[in-house]
Design a protein around this ligand. Structure first.
Ligand SMILES: NC(=O)c1ccc[n+]([C@@H]2O[C@H](COP(=O)([O-])OP(=O)(O)OC[C@H]3O[C@@H](n4cnc5c(N)ncnc54)[C@H](OP(=O)(O)O)[C@@H]3O)[C@@H](O)[C@H]2O)c1
Length: 249
């Protein structure tokens, strides 16, 4: 029986590339995001299925998962990738944006995991990939509310990794650094930092390796790992340096 993979945020960027690589290894991909036309086009390209859905809407996620599980009672892979950027300030930023970041980037993955859990349990050994971010371990302006949503998502991912281990559901926590995509154009970065920017295909290839090698929590590219750990080691130095960063609107 062929593997079934559900990929959220598959209408562009990292999610679309992950779906392409999963389809390339023979998985049937069920694609979720809000833009139905983009999903449909990719579903046709990959021989997969499009299921338009806003992952921040818990009732919508439950309804769509119910329909998918009727067709596919076994879900081998769930990729929680849907997410939005947020260069805004806790202090003066739009409160709606601050709430939306939490509802999509953090709670979206929680609702999807809960809704697809029966399928993952039926297919065990099965896999969950949570696309977090280096921002899940580093926080500061100009994207504090985005970082907070990714810190919450990291806590979620680490917790369910422990909870699901006994059920043979492996959780892969992937923390990408700067990646050039539609939602996250990296043109704002100063020239030296531009060298660190990777492409969505690089992240997708890393996700596939993580699945194949059974790796738990990883950072891509790896060198962001030690850099990110520095904030824990020297938080006060970071505060002084980050206080000079450009202010978010
Ligand atoms: N690019 C980076 O530098 C970077 C670095 C670290 C981590 N990440 C993470 O990687 C993930 C993918 O981002 P990306 O860089 O590939 O950006 P992207 O090209 O903008 O893709 C984001 C995807 O999420 C979907 N999405 C957004 N809100 C949604 C919602 N409410 N419901 C369902 N789908 C939703 C979008 O589709 P629709 O608009 O059609 O809904 C789109 O398919 C995100 O979780 C992001 O935080 C990105």
């Amino acid at each position: 029986m062929g593997r079934v993979a559900v990929v959220t945020g598959a209408s562009s960027g990292i999610g679309a590339e992950i779906a392409r690589l999963l389809a390339g290894r023979g998985d049937l991909c069920v694609l979720l995001a809000r833009r139905a036309d983009r999903l449909q086009a990719l579903a046709e390209e990959l021989g997969g299925e499009a299921e338009p859905c806003d992952v921040s809407d818990r009732a919508a996620v439950e309804a769509v998962a119910g329909r998918i599980l009727e067709r596919h009672p076994r879900i081998d892979v769930l990729v929680n990738n849907a997410g939005i950027p947020g260069r805004t300030s806790f202090l003066g930023g739009d409160p709606e944006v601050i709430e939306r970041l939490i509802r999509i980037n953090y709670l979206g993955g929680v609702w999807c995991l809960r809704a697809f859990l029966p399928g993952l349990q039926a297919a065990a050994p099965s896999d969950v990939v949570n696309v977090v971010s280096v921002s899940g371990v580093v926080a500061g302006p100009p994207s504090g509310p985005y970082s907070a949503s990714k810190h919450a998502q990291l806590a979620f991912s680490r917790t369910v990794a422990a909870e699901l281990r006994g059920q043979k559901i492996r959780v892969h926590t992937v923390k990408p650094g700067f990646t050039e995509t539609e939602g996250f154009p990296q043109s704002w970065l100063p020239r030296p930092a531009k060298r660190l920017v990777i492409g969505p295909r690089d992240v997708a290839a890393h996700v596939l390796r993580s699945l194949e090698d059974g790796r738990g929590e990883t950072t891509v590219p790896w060198y962001y790992g030690p850099l990110a750990a520095l904030q824990d080691v020297m938080p006060n130095v970071f505060t002084r340096v980050l206080s000079r960063m450009p202010k978010a609107p």
